[in-house]
Design a protein around this ligand. Structure first.
Ligand code: FES
Ligand SMILES: [Fe+2]
Length: 391
């Protein structure tokens, strides 16, 4: 038993359902995971391509402001005024070179410097504006993908990403020079871990339309990329065509640069999922809201070198294939909710497909296995301090 009173099953392929539903476990996850030693993707620089562009995001309740200054430098700030802590910016995104707090009109530039505050002659002697910039969390970036950590002890981003770097770079277009197409934003009535527990086994079974992409017959691998349990997929999807499939199969045409690897997925602990299926480049910025709600921002991208036809193709494919209303994966939204309901029953969730020995953890898996989720569960267990039951 641990201080939060949950004994983990002795077998590596079992996960207690209580981990998905208990409020005390959720509170502990905030401390140990979201405010702990993990990096969390919060934006891609291409979402704010021009000087003055900004985006806001809340990570585990913490409001963030990601802003590009006049010189083009992107920084992450806490989205809270340095005076009394009022939320500074309420827009989801926009373009501003100055941010004014409405409460007492303190004014900040996009570098985070305090550039104006009314009545400062009446402030404490020695008041100096330069002592009151917007506070910043630790942040770093990888090919334009901006990560934040809320802990001072977190390892470097390079160490955190480990062996996922190659797949992630390829997924980001090879050079990170992306162009934002748009978003789908959704709140799932589900614990955040059910959302990230989507696996390779279910893809062709739950999602009938995945057959269009020959997922089941696809040759591909999953591998665990670090001790954090990040998982990468590299799979050879192929488009099944013919008049009986879709009236217009240009929707699932594959015009991309790397048809040998039709699908790349990088799942970074704890909540980040990114996919490149066919020509769709999709980064999913997710955050838990409470123990039964997770919010996901599906962001879709083209590459800066795409011609106009390719941008239109990607836009059409992106808005139709993935996400909560996407042709190939819309059923996930229903399953995330139903699995959350089902998790209010006793016992353990069981993983079978691809498990060879329930007393051992593996790091290489096939495309259609669900065992690729197990390294992430083992890392979760260790961070949470849950001890395994004795054999
Ligand atoms: S709280 Fe922002 S100006 Fe006072
Ligand atoms: Fe799915």
């Amino acid at each position: 038993m641990t201080e939060i009173g949950l004994t983990w099953p002795k077998n590596f392929n079992e996960v207690p359902k209580a981990a998905f539903t208990r409020k005390d476990i959720y509170a502990e996850e905030m401390k140990r995971i979201f405010f702990g030693q993990e990096w969390h993707p919060v934006a891609h620089e291409s979402e704010l391509p021009n000087p003055g562009d900004f985006k806001t995001f809340r990570l585990a309740g913490v409001p963030l402001l990601i802003a590009r200054d006049r010189e083009g430098v992107v920084r992450v700030f806490y989205n809270a005024c340095s005076h009394r802590g009022n939320q500074l910016e309420t827009a989801v995104m926009g373009n501003k070179t100055e941010f004014e707090c409405p409460y007492h009109r303190w004014l900040f530039d996009a570098k985070g410097d305090l550039v104006g505050c009314p009545n400062h002659r009446d402030f404490l002697p020695g008041f100096d504006k330069s002592d009151y910039p917007l506070a910043q969390p630790r942040f770093d970036s990888f090919y334009g993908l901006i990560f934040v950590t809320l802990s001072a002890e977190t390892e470097t981003l390079t160490e955190f990403l480990g062996d996922s770097q190659n797949t992630l770079r390829e997924l980001l277009g090879g050079d990170g020079r992306l162009k934002l197409l748009g978003y789908q934003k959704v709140r799932y009535d589900s614990n955040w871990k059910s959302y990230t527990d989507n696996d390779g086994y279910h893809a062709p079974l739950l999602h009938q339309a995945f057959k269009l992409l020959n997922w089941q017959g696809g040759k591909g691998r999953q591998f665990a990329a670090t001790k954090h349990g990040h998982v990468c997929f590299e799979s050879a999807l192929s488009v099944v065509s013919g008049p009986t499939v879709l009236k217009d199969d240009s929707l699932i045409a594959f015009k991309g640069q790397d048809p040998a690897v039709g699908s790349r997925i990088v799942m970074l602990f704890p909540t980040f999922v990114s996919t490149k299926h066919l020509d769709v480049i999709n980064l999913r910025f997710a955050t838990p809201i409470d123990e039964e709600t997770v919010e996901v921002h599906y962001a879709y991208f083209a590459h800066q070198d795409d011609d106009e036809d390719m941008v239109l193709h990607r836009l059409r494919q992106s808005s139709n294939l993935l996400g909560p209303c996407g042709l190939i994966s819309m059923e996930d939204a229903s399953i995330f909710h139903r699995i959350h309901i089902g998790n209010h029953t006793p016992g353990n969730a069981i993983f079978q497909k691809g498990v060879h020995d329930q007393s051992k953890l593996e790091s290489e898996f096939l495309q259609n296995d669900e065992s690729g989720n197990l390294p992430r569960w083992e890392y979760y267990r260790s961070v949470m301090g849950f001890e395994r039951a004795e054999a």
